[in-house]
Write a protein that binds this ligand. Structure first.
Ligand SMILES: [Zn+2]
Length: 521
């Protein structure tokens, strides 16, 4: 038999962060003792993939060729994860064995992990591949279980349940044993590769339904949250346990405008690249990593996987117990806070992910949490308090526009059944949206992103507010950077009030929002 006739090429893509480079899966059936060799995947992955492909073909009723089978995935130096290549390998074997017309494979791409029974299972990290494949104009064949990701992409996408459907779609002969078609994969919490997909996290669910009207009192903090939302300003809340810092932070996404279609696709791609099922609804992300999280979990890494900073892209990154985060983790925040990107170094290459998050940080006023408590519960020394606060001092705090102090309220006083009089998130969100629109029309960006040169032009102040500003600078000893931040926040306060010029009251409010710069009494 002519060896060339037993060759097939199937296209797929490898997961590489937000990119999805094309992979050629070449299958050759040769003479010699029956064998099944797989080149281009890590050994452990190869073993499992080989077993699944063989079992899927046999169980679905196809004859497994008793030949010397060689499968080559190229290029060789791409990071490849096994499961998604099961279907392309199986299709390649059938095409090389003339069960499918090999010419039909050219304009198509194939994705999907196979169960031992030939069913197509939900496969991770597919969205970037689907976007890239659609851009190339390919017809993409993928598991029906990935319909959520498929729904986000416009292109020629065909959802399939099992190997038989794929073969039928390619005009191949159906397996001779139609009654034994594998059923849809049942959820298998122990074995399914897709089972550790994170379902929508509890915190995210809270953020989706939490309304600011449920928080009683804390008017100053709510106002600070509104200003932060309106100007995209970073926010640091300092207060004892029970002051409602977390409750407030969870309500920030509800004050922000919904994601645009393009932004939503960016967020969904990052979730997919992290191996998560994209969340739906267009709400901005709310991520709340613990201070015990590893650096890889925070900034990304591993198999080109985005971390928490990128999963918070275009949404809110909430860091509770801010000073407890390791110094290198806090340092890692600085780059994305400036550039909106985070670089992840792998062995030889660097991978970049977007990470334009809005930072909300929370901390206790002292190590025990009760400094300033009227019942005198705090016994921290001045030195202990100073050391605690110094962990977050310097360049990082300098980059946070707004800091506020909150006082404790008993939880039963904090949460209400949303009385008629309380403002809802929807009402506040309208004011926020109007203020953001003003900024975009005036300067094409939100106030927090203004450069020093732009601050001088856009945040100019008239004589009276300037006098107040001068007094505040002298009294608080503000640095040049802090001075710029006060001006930006004052600009946002004016925008919320619909004022074309920064007013004295705007400057007064912005100065009050620098709690860490206030003289200690
Ligand atoms: Zn204390």
């Amino acid at each position: 038999m002519d060896a060339r006739k037993n060759l097939s090429t199937v296209f797929s893509r490898a997961p590489a962060g937000l990119e999805a480079p094309l992979v050629r899966v070449e299958v050759h059936l040769g003479t010699g003792l029956p064998a099944f060799g797989l080149v281009g995947l890590p050994e452990a992955v190869v073993r499992e993939s080989r077993e699944r492909v063989r079992a899927a073909l046999v169980t679905a009723g196809y004859e497994f060729p008793q030949r010397r089978i060689t499968v080559n995935l190229s290029p060789a130096d791409l990071p490849k994860e096994g499961g998604r290549f099961d279907l392309p390998i199986a299709v390649g074997i059938l095409a090389a064995d003339h069960k499918i017309n090999a010419r039909l494979l050219k304009q198509r791409e194939f994705y999907g992990e196979l169960s031992l029974g030939g069913a197509l299972r939900e496969t991770r990290k597919l969205l970037p591949a689907l976007i890239a494949g659609a851009k190339r104009g390919s017809e993409i064949i993928l598991p029906a279980a990935n319909s959520l990701e498929a729904s986000l992409v416009s292109g020629k996408l065909r959802l399939m349940n099992n190997l038989d459907e794929v073969v039928a779609a390619l005009g191949g002969r159906a397996a001779p044993r139609p009654a034994a078609l594998a059923p849809l994969p049942a959820p298998d919490p122990d074995q399914s590769a897709a089972s550790d997909f994170e379902t929508i996290g509890a915190l995210k669910a809270i953020a989706d339904i939490a309304d600011i009207a449920e928080i009683r009192g804390q008017y100053a903090a709510k106002r600070a949250l509104e200003i932060a939302a309106a100007g995209d300003h970073g926010l640091l809340m300092i207060g004892p346990p029970g002051a409602g810092k977390t409750l407030l932070a969870q309500r920030l996404p509800g004050l922000l405008p919904p994601l645009s279609e393009q932004e939503f696709l960016e967020v969904a791609s990052l979730e997919s690249a992290a191996g998560r099922r994209p969340s739906i609804g267009g709400r901005r992300p709310f991520r709340s990593p613990q201070h015990t999280a590893s650096m890889a979990a925070l900034i990304g890494g591993g198999a080109m996987r985005p971390g928490e900073l990128s999963l918070a892209h275009l949404g809110v990154l909430f860091l509770d117990e801010f000073p407890e985060f390791p110094r290198n983790a806090l340092e890692a925040l600085r780059e994305p806070m400036e550039s909106g990107m985070v670089s992840v170094a792998r062995l030889k290459q660097t991978c970049e992910f977007p990470a334009r998050f809005q930072l909300v940080a929370a901390m206790n006023p002292c190590p025990c949490g009760y400094a300033g408590d009227v019942r005198g519960r705090c016994h921290c020394t001045a030195e202990q308090i100073a050391r605690y606060r110094s962990r977050i001092s310097g360049p990082l705090v300098d980059r946070i526009d707004i800091h506020i102090e909150l006082s404790a309220l008993p939880v039963q006083d904090l949460m209400t059944d949303a009385p008629q009089s309380a403002e809802t998130s929807a009402t506040v969100a309208q004011r926020v949206a109007a203020a953001r629109e003003l900024q975009l029309q005036r300067q094409g960006k939100l106030n927090s992103r203004l450069t020093p040169v732009e601050v001088a032009r856009i945040c100019a102040v008239a004589r009276e507010p300037r006098a107040l500003l001068a007094t505040a600078i002298a009294r608080l000893g503000l640095s040049a950077r802090a001075y710029h931040r006060v001006l930006k926040v004052a600009r946002t306060c004016a925008d919320l009030g619909g004022a074309p010029e920064i007013r004295t009251l705007d400057v007064a409010e912005a100065v009050k929002l620098r709690a860490l710069d206030q003289p200690k009494c």
